[in-house]
Write a protein that binds this ligand. Structure first.
Ligand code: C2E
Ligand code: CA
Ligand code: CA
Ligand code: CA
Length: 287
């Protein structure tokens, strides 16, 4: 289950119109929260479906609000995008992810994980400092560029020449790009031609119930057909795949059968604080 803020908060953040004063208050609240250090990151491992090795981590932001408790990103990212606060917030997420990944590599060695992935919002790509921010996050943390994977949703990358130029610059730095929620956008396939993605993340909606394939059940057949087409296409284009939202072993088995080698989901690991993942990595260390 997702963390939820109070009822008032969910109403604020649901994307509906609201009085300008409420909008301003929310923007101010997010700004203050960033200044006061109320945002934290949880890390969810990406796991080899065959053998269980941790190959990467995705960073997922949370707001530890003093009164509302833990607020989920679904309840404040849209507001952060509207107000523009996503730019400094996203910069913090990027820097913190690089810092933490470099710390794990320093502590446990280069094989501890191959890559770390922050989510990046389209608003950040339009910020003139974005490319420099990525370079600085790498330089300041010491994380090699090849170990950073920026997760972008399909909608985010669709928009325009400027974005594609920024993504080319990021790509040229050696940072990799993952297309998040793959298969849910309207032009996933044509996008792959234009976009320098290295990784596609099969959306959870295609993983849900993928194990329930009573023959001839149209919904299950369609999901499997999409899942199979995505992994075949990715293979043909030399892209890696990640299957998202795996909630049971049957799904993991079926995805492995279809050709997916890396997965993510509550069945494998839930998102967790860095301290908890440090313990898991320490316990797995091969000496
Ligand atoms: P996403 O990037 O698609 O992240 C995956 C979401 O699915 C996460 O939700 C994760 O906790 C959840 N999840 C992982 N495995 C499972 C599973 O097996 N079952 C189910 N039901 N859910 C699973 P979360 O952390 O609430 O994040 C929601 C969305 O908020 C993310 O979707 C992403 O779009 C956005 N987000 C999170 N952190 C950031 C951030 O730092 N910056 C930006 N711009 N967006 C973020
Ligand atoms: Ca993501
Ligand atoms: Ca996703
Ligand atoms: Ca999503």
């Amino acid at each position: 289950a997702k963390e939820r803020g109070g009822a008032n908060w969910v109403r604020y953040a649901d994307g509906m119109e609201r009085p300008a004063s409420a909008h301003a208050r929310l923007g101010g609240d997010l700004r203050r929260a960033l200044d006061d250090g109320e945002f934290t990151l949880l890390y969810q491992p990406l796991v080899a479906l065959d053998g269980g090795r941790i190959v990467g981590v995705e960073a997922l932001v949370r707001w530890e609000h003093p009164e509302r408790g833990t607020v989920s990103p679904a309840d404040f990212i849209p507001a952060a995008e509207r107000t523009g606060l996503i730019v400094p917030l996203g910069r913090w997420v990027l820097r913190e992810t690089c810092r933490q990944a470099a710390a794990w590599i320093a502590e446990f060695g280069p094989d501890v994980l191959e890559k770390a992935s922050p989510n990046v919002s389209v608003r950040q790509l339009h910020d003139p400092d974005f490319v420099a921010d990525v370079a600085a996050a790498l330089a300041d943390s010491g994380l090699p560029a090849a170990r950073l994977v920026l997760e972008l949703t399909e909608s985010a990358v669709l928009r325009g020449h400027h974005v594609s130029q920024v993504l080319q610059e990021i790509h040229a730095m050696g940072v990799r790009l993952a297309l998040d929620d793959f298969g849910t956008g309207e032009s996933s396939l044509s996008l792959l031609r234009a976009f320098p993605a290295a990784i596609v993340k099969l959306d959870k909606s295609f993983v849900d119930h993928i194990e329930l394939d009573e023959p001839g059940t149209p919904a299950a057949d369609a999901r499997q057909a999409v899942a199979r087409a995505v992994v075949q296409l990715a293979g043909a284009l030399g892209l890696e795949t990640v299957a998202e939202g795996i909630e049971n072993q049957e799904q993991a088995d079926r995805l492995l059968q279809l050709g997916y080698t890396v997965g993510q989901g509550y069945h494998l690991f839930r998102p967790m604080p860095s301290e908890k993942l440090t313990e898991i990595l320490a316990a797995r260390r091969v000496t």
